[in-house]
Design a protein around this ligand. Structure first.
Ligand code: PHE
Length: 368
């Protein structure tokens, strides 16, 4: 009788639906993974039950920021853990290592933060919750040009697909807008000494330094540049706006401008406000863009699974979940309304922030 009652109320059918998560929780870019996880935790705690009563379970693996480990994690989550969908990674190079594995296993993957176009290119099972770098690079370029900066030196991290692609996008938009690229200076993630590059930049007298890498190198480079008397402003992108920039860069980081996905100061939708409130309550600090993106990617997964349930399908139906992820339209996210285009990319606005008094201050919003 108990079983029959449970059956009738649907309880007997309540299953566990597994979502695999791959993040750099340790290693050189651990801030990417930790901030993603913090946002994901909020979204998960708010909702992890599907329409049919099934429970969502997260299986989180740390890839230590390594490409090979990221790809291995995807394989393990699919083969051993039997996940329906994968959320991650942050760094484009790592997502590019994961995407072919997910694609081959016909398992949907959604990256919340990887912006290089090649992550989704030619893929049927890969979606992203963020904009792509041709847009981000154009926003950087326009902001620099609008502020009267005509001559740029570009700093490219040769080890990061993200940086290589973003540099290309910046240069294209900057020159198209009438600016001039004086030089491209190369660095490698993990470098600690940028004296040679800074000397080169100093001798070129640019109006702007377009830095397309990640926060660990940004922090050290801006500090060394200021120590060497270089006063040229820096503009970066989503990879730099982390507390480490200010912690390590100190006063040298003042005035660092960068493009990003979200700033709570500009958040006006009910979804964003609710998230920001929950974030403050739990972490007692400003809500960052990375956590908001992770929460949005998770929300898109739940949304897709619930749509499958509406159609009388299972939330574990990978084909169905993928179809709905790839055709997400008008999803009211924390970082904005998310529409996925035919290539699996989100079309969304960007914000521009600037470091002022050690804080990431919102400047403006740029629409696609
Ligand atoms: N866009 C970066 C990349 O593709 C990752 C990133 C996103 C880093 C958002 C910080 C904030 O590699």
């Amino acid at each position: 009788i108990v079983a029959a009652a449970a059956l009738m109320s649907g309880i007997a059918f309540a299953k566990e639906v597994k979502v695999g998560v791959v993040l750099p929780l340790t290693g050189p870019i651990a801030a990417f993974g930790q901030t993603s996880k913090a946002g994901l935790d909020i979204a998960y705690n708010q909702n992890h039950k599907l329409k049919n009563g099934d429970n969502v379970k997260l299986i989180v693996l740390d890839d230590r920021g390594d490409k090979v480990e990221a790809a291995t994690a995807v394989k393990r989550l699919i083969d051993k853990n039997g996940v329906t969908v994968i959320l991650g990674e942050v760094a484009s190079g790592n997502s590019m290592a994961m995407a072919p594995v997910a694609e081959k296993a016909k398992t949907p993957m959604i990256t919340h933060a990887s912006t290089n176009p090649r992550v989704t290119k030619g893929k049927k099972y890969v979606t992203r919750a963020c904009f792509i770098d041709p847009f981000q690079g154009a926003v950087m370029a326009k902001y620099a040009l609008d502020n009267g900066m005509k001559n740029a030196v570009v700093v490219t991290d040769a080890k990061q697909d993200y940086s290589v692609g973003l540099s290309k996008a910046f240069k294209k938009a900057f020159t198209a807008g009438g600016g001039k690229i004086l030089k491209t200076v190369l660095i490698n993630s993990g470098d600690k000494d940028f004296n040679a590059q800074v000397s080169t930049i100093k001798s070129m007298h640019p109006d702007i330094i377009a830095f397309t890498g990640y926060y660990p190198e940004a922090a050290l480079m801006v500090k060394q540049a200021r120590d060497m008397g270089v006063k040229t402003p820096f503009i970066g992108a989503d990879g730099v706006g982390f507390p480490e920039l200010v912690k390590i860069g100190g006063k040298a980081a003042e005035g660092f401008m960068y493009t990003d996905h979200f700033n709570e100061a500009a958040a006006s939708s009910p979804e964003a406000k609710a998230y920001v409130e929950a974030f403050h309550k739990k972490y007692h600090k400003a809500a960052d863009s990375m956590g908001a993106l992770a929460a949005d990617a998770y929300g898109m997964i739940l949304n897709a699974m619930n749509q499958c349930i509406d159609e009388g399908k299972q939330p574990t139906d990978k084909e169905c979940v993928n179809e709905h992820l790839r055709h997400t339209k008008g999803y009211k996210g924390i970082t904005g309304v998310i529409n996925i285009d035919k290539n699996g990319n989100a079309v969304k606005s960007a914000v521009i922030n600037e470091v002022q008094n050690g804080k990431f201050v919102y400047k403006t919003t740029v629409n696609p």
